[in-house]
Write a protein that binds this ligand. Structure first.
Ligand SMILES: NC(=O)c1ccc[n+]([C@@H]2O[C@H](COP(=O)([O-])OP(=O)(O)OC[C@H]3O[C@@H](n4cnc5c(N)ncnc54)[C@H](O)[C@@H]3O)[C@@H](O)[C@H]2O)c1
Length: 244
């Protein structure tokens, strides 16, 4: 499995700017994209001041901080993403808008690239269905704010390949310097009734192999996510593959 060197992050708001920051601090070249130049300017300023804060607290050397900032490129142009190894979408929580973006990204991204969504509630299978690469589409649901909340749920769609899953998990571990993985959010099963059948199907597909392997664990607490996730309850039962 090749190590990911470059990442595109589409949407430079609350989540996208935090994901971009995590990427550059962990040695990944990041193109941060937003259709709104003001949002891009805000994101660039906030990432820069966050990194300066890490340096002033001694959590990052001056040299590491400068190299991290050197790895960040902010642009309005999606075309810049043609060579990215993975593209993480963090735009508005609207299925129509996200589907349009995935359609475009599928045309621009290189054939080996993974397309990931930070959606809190939309079916990964449905987003993947507009692309010609459903095996390479996956959910990466970061918590807010990503650089502080060391947790990401890696969500498979119906067609996500093992290769995509493993590469995404490796990236998540790298971004959070993972020390441990955990199993199922057991009480998450209680929440399936609130979900669409597609989402429930997704969970079942993810949980079953893990249960079979006997790897039980407990995540952030089944009721821990709603205040953080824009659309609350739906994100709860997703299987958090990586707790870091
Ligand atoms: N905020 C949270 O607590 C949280 C937590 C987990 C997941 N999420 C998910 O993350 C995603 C982003 O949430 P957010 O809070 O960062 O939103 P936000 O409103 O802060 O930022 C979204 C950004 O996307 C940009 N954008 C919209 N459409 C675009 C397009 N087609 N191309 C390029 N840029 C575009 C907007 O200009 C904006 O800057 C949503 O799917 C949300 O559900 C949010």
């Amino acid at each position: 499995m090749a190590v990911m060197k470059s990442m595109g992050v589409v949407g430079s708001g609350q989540m996208g700017s935090g994901i971009a920051q995590l990427g550059i601090v962990h040695g990944i070249d990041v193109w941060l994209i937003d259709s709104d130049p003001n949002a891009l300017a805000r994101a660039s300023k906030s990432i820069s001041s966050n990194i300066q804060r890490l340096v002033s607290k001694g959590l990052l050397s001056q040299a590491a901080g400068s190299s991290a900032l050197g790895r960040l490129r902010c642009t309005k142009s999606l075309e810049e993403l043609h060579s990215a190894d993975i593209i993480i979408e963090a735009i508005a929580e609207s299925e129509d808008v996200k589907r349009k973006l995935f359609l475009e990204l599928d045309k621009i991204a290189k054939s080996s690239a993974i397309l990931a969504s930070n959606t809190s509630s939309i079916s990964i299978t449905r987003l993947a269905s507009v692309t010609g690469r459903p095996l390479q589409v996956i959910g990466m649901h970061f918590m807010n704010p990503p650089p502080i909340m060391k947790l990401v749920e890696v969500i498979r769609g119906a067609d996500t390949s093992d290769e995509t899953f493993n590469a995404t998990k490796a990236l998540a571990e790298r971004m959070f310097s993972a020390r441990r993985l955990l199993g199922v959010v057991l009480r998450g099963v209680d929440c399936i009734t609130w979900m669409t059948s597609a989402q429930a199907e997704q969970i079942t597909r993810t949980i079953n192999p893990v249960v079979k392997n006997g790897k039980f664990g407990y995540g952030i607490g089944a009721w821990g996510t709603p205040p953080l996730a824009t659309s609350g309850i739906y994100s709860l039962p997703y299987f958090p593959v990586c707790r870091l």
